[in-house]
Design a protein around this ligand. Structure first.
Ligand SMILES: N[C@@H](CCC(=O)N[C@@H](CS)C(=O)NCC(=O)O)C(=O)O
Length: 227
């Protein structure tokens, strides 16, 4: 994307990512940016300090969710929409297959993580369980582990059928489904989910985490990591 005016050569628009090291939706986008070799400016919003609920951030994303990608004057929300935008503008390497059936299958795997696992275990959901419904931390952790296990069970059987050589979730190249798996696996470990029933997902994730674009996107590798 280039901004043009009469004063001189067009400059590429800056990519600016509003991110938090532990945000798995931001982690997905960081992986996509790294895979495509795109430079970006990171703007850190600390979730625990509610910096994603500050008025200046809500004016970018009224949902109060990370990430936001700003590309010149374009403001984008929702990690999967952002990744598809990047994939269309910067197609190498492709994160969505070109064939309709394979595209739909990749999207289905990505959505099964983003909607069915990440949705019910998100911070605002668990905060509501605590503040409005009065559940203690133990009950909330059990809730999160439950939804991760339910989602991983289905994903494991799909991965057994769809992965070739346990390196990627679908087929033999990286896709947006893989960009969702690795951050979700990070969350699963944080929640101390028993991963022994999911050897295929663990093997795929292990392989992906060893790739430099994934490693550079990991929470511990982020400048705002305060662990
Ligand atoms: N479906 C959204 C989910 C975004 C999301 O839930 N982001 C989390 C961090 S991973 C967040 O900002 N949570 C803040 C909150 O729950 O209050 C996406 O894929 O971008």
């Amino acid at each position: 994307m280039r901004k043009e005016d009469a004063s001189g050569p067009a400059e590429p628009a800056v990519l600016r990512l509003f991110t938090y090291f532990r945000s798995s939706a931001s982690y997905r986008v960081r992986i996509a940016l790294n895979l495509k070799g795109l430079e970006y400016e990171a703007v850190y919003r600390h979730l625990r300090y509610d910096e994603h609920l500050a008025p200046d951030y809500l004016s970018l994303n009224p949902e109060g969710l990370l990430p936001v990608l700003q590309h010149g004057e374009i403001i984008l929300t929702q990690s999967l929409a952002i990744i598809e935008y990047l994939d269309e503008l910067f197609p190498e390497p492709r994160l969505l297959p070109t064939q309709p059936a394979a595209r739909a299958q990749v999207r289905a795997l990505a959505l099964s993580i983003a909607c069915e696992i990440h949705g019910p275990t998100n911070l605002r959901v668990t905060r509501y369980l605590k503040s409005a419904l009065g559940h203690d931390q133990e009950a909330i952790s059990a809730w999160s582990r439950h939804w991760i296990q339910v989602g991983f069970k289905a994903l494991e059987s799909r991965a057994i059928a769809a992965s070739s050589g346990r390196r990627y979730l679908l087929g033999d190249s990286v896709s947006i489904a893989d960009l969702c798996l690795v951050p979700q696996m990070y969350n699963a470990r944080r929640q101390q989910v028993d991963l022994s029933p999911f050897p295929t997902l663990v093997a795929i994730s292990h392989h992906l985490e060893s790739l430099p674009p994934f490693a550079a996107a990991a929470p511990e590798a982020q400048p705002d990591c305060d662990l």
